[in-house]
Design a protein. Structure first.
Length: 554
């Protein structure tokens, strides 16, 4: 995360977090700015946390990534604590299960959540939801009610699906208090329920369906697509490019997880009179239900985008809660079954082994496949950072906005406001004279300009390759310059880097530089008519440096 994270805002950060700094600078920042909707989410707590971090670090995005890592570790601690309070007290009983759970929890398949600081809004409610089972079941009254109240409120006002927290905690609190004093139990239950209802009541006023988002009616109009979306969401961590349709593979994996889950529910219903088994198993049902409820709620809002929308990397963090819960739930049921009917338990276990091996193989393939996404995501964010640094100097086509934000014209003004706050590092370039940021490569091969062509109308094109060996990645962009009358190179254009160049790998540069090719076209009137030479520079957006990779005389 530290290596591939990029210290530059991206996407929703410009819409949901940037306004806070504007209001702060104007002296008008208030509660409503934190409480405002972002799409269908009231991200009050993520905004609050992000703003505090930004104030301490001048909005260093890596600080947000560090917090995401800490929140992931809190999820791991919650799973460990739940294992302890549900009968996995001996280390030899829980360590192998915790190892498997943490392999799932810290999967690189969720690269988007781990590399985008805005995803505090996913991991904060996940940390709260994963704490609910042990807090509800192991703490004494009133602590169990008070702590679960706080966790549910944080979850509700962090993400739209945060309402699921109330549904996760309520059955566990009722189970915990069945034998308690009826009067005290009723009072706390009524208070807890009142806060739950109030949180829903204050959530929706002012809500409007986000522009370009499908309405809830899409889920009702196409129940088959809705079910497929639900399954694909659950199977997302196990889908990868194996020559099969990704969506169908995810749906099969989702079904393979649902079957043992409902099998476990059936077993618990059959042995519902065994109080100890229920007390140990229901918290894991609750943990697994984090995935089920989030899959359902996400389906309601996103199925209109198509079933493939369920395969977003960001959903993996919630989806893995189903297999994690199944690992411990399966261990509890198998131990219980083995004590009573060892022969039939052994047969079921043998049948479950091939399923577990198949899912493990799919998960391994998905993990390996996801690793390339880390580098691609980093390169896109660094390309976006280059756009921010050069936004005053070059005219970018509208499609370039995708690297930073969907509205390039809007972004330019917002970038200037962050620059005034010293929240951009390095600062956007104020001068088009590239010699101010030009550095010697000190013997390193940074790339090469290879081809140049001119059309009959005078339009020009060039291509080549560019890398940053000291950083171990392809160049973040290629900057083009023309020489003025004084022979001074002046920035006038930028080129994306990302064309596959297997020939460069064969030259011994390394597979990490495969996508180091670039190509750029420009019109004759983009440069002065008396230009004598065009220069090409590999650009490092992290340090704001440029390295010459060649030039051509006109």
């Amino acid at each position: 995360m530290y290596t591939f994270g990029v210290d530059a805002p991206y996407g929703d950060q410009w819409d949901a977090i940037w306004p806070l700094f504007v209001e702060m600078r104007a002296g008008t920042l208030d509660f409503a700015d934190f409480y405002a909707f972002h799409n269908e989410h009231r991200i009050f707590f993520p905004r609050l946390v992000t703003f505090a971090l930004a104030a301490l670090t001048q909005w260093n995005i890596r600080a947000e990534l560090l917090l995401i890592w800490i929140l992931a570790c809190l999820c791991a601690a919650n799973i460990w604590r739940l294992a302890v309070v549900t009968g996995f007290g001996a280390p030899r009983n829980r360590v192998p299960l915790l190892l498997a759970a943490n392999v799932l929890l810290f999967t690189p398949v969720q690269w988007e959540n781990l590399l985008w600081g805005f995803q505090i809004g996913f991991f904060l409610p996940l940390a709260c939801m994963s704490a609910l089972p042990w807090a509800a079941c192991s703490l004494r009254r009133p602590l169990n009610y008070l702590i679960t109240l706080g966790l549910c409120l944080i979850s509700t006002f962090s993400i739209a699906s945060g309402f699921a927290a109330w549904l996760l905690a309520a059955p566990l609190l009722i189970l915990r208090d069945r034998s308690a004093n009826a009067r005290g139990q009723r009072m706390w239950q009524l208070l807890w329920l009142a806060v739950a209802v109030a949180s829903v009541a204050v959530y929706f006023p002012g809500y409007k369906t986000p522009r370009a988002h499908p309405g809830l009616i899409a889920a009702v109009e196409n129940p088959r697509a809705s079910f497929e979306f639900f399954l694909a969401y659950l199977g997302n961590p196990f889908s990868s490019e194996l020559g099969l349709d990704l969506t169908k593979l995810a749906e099969l994996a989702g079904m393979a997880l649902l079957l043992p889950f409902f099998g476990g529910l059936f077993y618990l219903v059959r042995w519902r009179k065994d109080g100890l088994l229920l007390r140990q198993a229901l918290p894991w049902i609750s943990l697994s239900s984090i995935a089920l409820l989030n899959a359902f709620l996400t389906m309601l809002g996103r199925v209109g985008f198509g079933v493939s929308a369920a395969l977003q990397s960001r959903y993996v963090s919630f989806a893995v809660m189903l297999p994690i819960g199944l690992i411990f739930l399966g261990a509890l049921i198998w131990n219980h079954w083995r004590e009573r009917k060892p022969a039939s338990a052994a047969k079921v276990a043998m049948g479950a082994v091939p399923l577990a091996i198949a899912l493990a193989a799919l998960f391994l393939c998905a993990t390996i496949h996801s690793l390339k996404e880390w580098r691609l995501f980093q390169h896109d964010r660094l390309t976006g950072k280059t756009l921010i640094l050069l936004n005053k100097l070059v005219n970018e086509p509208a499609e370039s906005a995708r690297y930073v934000h969907w509205d390039w014209a809007l972004l330019q003004g917002r970038a200037e406001s962050l620059d005034r706050l010293d929240y951009l590092r390095p600062r956007p370039l104020q001068s088009a004279h590239i010699r101010e940021i030009a550095f010697d490569a000190v013997g390193e091969t940074m790339g090469k300009f290879e081809r140049f062509g001119r059309s009959p109308t005078g339009d020009m094109a060039a291509s080549g390759w560019a890398i940053l060996p000291q950083a171990g990645r392809v160049a973040d962009s290629v900057v083009l310059t023309y020489e003025n009358q004084a022979g001074d190179p002046i920035i006038f254009a930028r080129a994306d880097v990302g064309i596959d160049r297997d020939d460069i790998i064969k030259q011994g540069q390394g597979s990490i530089y495969r996508r180091c090719g670039w190509r750029k076209k420009w019109k004759a009137n983009d440069i002065p008519a008396d230009t004598k030479r065009i220069g090409f520079w590999a650009f490092d957006a992290e340090d704001g440096r440029a390295f010459s990779i060649g030039s051509v005389a006109l």
